[in-house]
Design a protein around this ligand. Structure first.
Ligand code: ATR
Length: 285
């Protein structure tokens, strides 16, 4: 008998490198306790050149599912036998289910972002003007769930304009017309328009940098959302606050993407409000 199936507990994990900092085990333990689900959820450090082997080992041990984080989301996409539409659109995978010898993959990051904005921050996106900053993996993962909320306009601005245009093309291929691609400079030159929601999907905050966007994109009623989070206010949110906007960091997105993964695996939706309140300390709406 394999290692993990010697108990009646269903086993899950998160693969990453590094992974020791992950909040996911605690989040899923709280979800499990709340919903009466009997699961075990651990971190698994995968070697940078050994992701596939580490996943196969976990499956062989009887693992039921897993989350995938940096830097393996693209490899997980390639490994999957079956991809959800969200995963296909994102080009990356953060949730795996191991069912009947198959690896079924999804991406819950974008829906996690949208739920945190629309439900937890009570900020509807329908009919709103949305500015998405960045055109890498994080922005691409958010694209479909954002468009499904039917904003009046989605402007994608990026340091490298061609990458923003690629995302614009992806959106237009899905018949989402009101998507505009801009460079930082074009954003500055545009009419002094503000946006209802400004989402930072660049990795600039990791280097304590702020994309050079003009202050006029923020209004006092705008919600500025940084997908990053930390113990202190992120550099992007500090700038947005100086420009008079309300701010929110990505902690709620982290918890909502986990909740969607939990739902995929267990068919039960946890109450994220209580878990978010537990983790929330400062600096956000
Ligand atoms: P992730 O998976 O976090 O999205 P990524 O795919 O490497 O990472 O994408 C990083 C994004 O952050 C890109 O949009 C990148 O801009 P470029 O496409 O021009 O490279 C953006 N980015 C990274 N550092 C930045 C900085 N200091 N200022 C502004 N944008 C930055």
């Amino acid at each position: 008998m394999s290692v993990l199936t010697t108990t009646n507990i269903d086993h899950y994990c998160v693969f990453g490198n590094p992974i020791h900092h992950s909040k996911s085990p605690l989040i899923h333990a709280m979800f499990a306790e709340q919903t009466g689900q009997v699961i075990d959820y651990q971190t698994r450090l995968a070697p940078l050149d050994g992701f596939v082997e580490t996943v196969r080992m976990f499956i062989a041990e009887g693992g039921r599912g897993a989350n995938v984080t940096v830097p393996f989301k693209l490899e997980a996409f390639t490994l999957a036998n079956q991809l959800s539409q969200r995963a296909q659109m994102a080009g990356a995978v953060n949730t795996l289910s191991f069912v009947d010898g198959k690896i079924i993959a999804d991406n819950t990051d974008g829906i996690g972002l949208v739920r945190d904005i629309t439900q937890n921050a009570a900020t509807p996106l329908r009919g709103k003007r949305v500015l998405l900053l960045g055109a890498g993996g994080a922005a691409r993962g958010a694209l479909l769930p954002l468009l499904q909320e039917q904003p009046a306009l989605l402007t994608i601005a990026n340091r490298t304009l061609s990458k923003a245009q690629e995302l614009q093309n992806v959106a237009q291929a899905l018949s989402f017309a009101d998507v505009v691609a801009k460079s930082w400079q074009q954003l500055d030159e545009a009419s002094k328009q503000s946006f209802d929601v400004i989402i930072n999907a660049t990795s600039a905050s990791l280097q304590s940098e702020v994309p050079p966007i003009p202050a006029h994109v923020f209004a006092s009623t705008s919600l500025a959302y940084d997908m990053m989070y930390g113990d202190t206010v992120t550099s992007f949110n500090r700038y947005a606050q100086q420009c008079g906007a309300k701010t929110r960091d990505g902690l709620g997105m982290l918890i909502e993407q986990a909740a969607e993964a939990f739902f995929i695996w267990r068919g039960v939706r946890p109450d994220t409000t209580r878990v978010l309140a537990h983790f929330r300390t400062k600096g956000s709406v």
